[in-house]
Design a protein around this ligand. Structure first.
Ligand code: HEM
Length: 135
């Protein structure tokens, strides 16, 4: 979701440095509106801040999940997709920001999100509980 906000607000055109945002973890402008939702969902500085930090959490969660459950029969062949997809997606995001959204990278990053979502759906499909039988 925050990726979509980032693309929609063209928030990739500012703070084109990584890992810090122009030398700061949280630049002053991130909280410029003084309202939680406006700051983090409605303006470029805050939206980019959330997207780049949420990416760490997403990457850590997916890597942790994939590595921890790699020996589950249900995840055979899927865990490696999860691992590769999330790491590639993270790296593509970093290159996207560093190049001020070079179009090829923006498109690859969008495609990467699709691959990651597909791998997650596959994992959910393989591990989810069957629906209870209808009476
Ligand atoms: C697991 C990690 C990540 C996921 C799942 C993810 C997902 C997404 C998604 C779904 C979009 C919207 C694509 C579109 O609609 O065009 C997006 C856009 C973007 N992401 Fe990420 N992202 C991740 C990591 C990162 C990182 C680490 C950075 C940079 C530090 C980053 C920078 C960007 C930028 C600049 C855009 C806007 C691109 C544009 O304007 O077309 N992303 N991301």
């Amino acid at each position: 979701m925050w990726g979509a906000f980032t693309a929609g607000l063209d928030a990739g055109s500012i703070y084109n440095t990584w890992p810090l945002m122009n030398g700061s973890f949280m630049p002053e402008n991130v909280t410029a509106f003084g309202s939680f939702w406006r700051d983090f969902a409605d303006h470029r500085d805050g939206v980019q801040f959330v997207h780049r930090n949420l990416a760490w959490l997403v990457a850590a969660a997916v890597v942790g999940f994939a590595v921890h459950y790699r020996s589950l029969t249900a995840l055979r062949g899927v865990w490696i997709w999860l691992l590769v997809a999330v790491l590639l997606q993270f790296m593509l995001g970093v290159f996207t920001i560093l190049t001020q959204v070079r179009i090829e990278l923006g498109v690859l990053h969008q495609f990467g999100a699709l691959v990651l979502l597909s791998a997650l759906l596959k994992a959910l499909h393989r591990t989810g509980r069957p629906l209870p039988n209808a009476a």
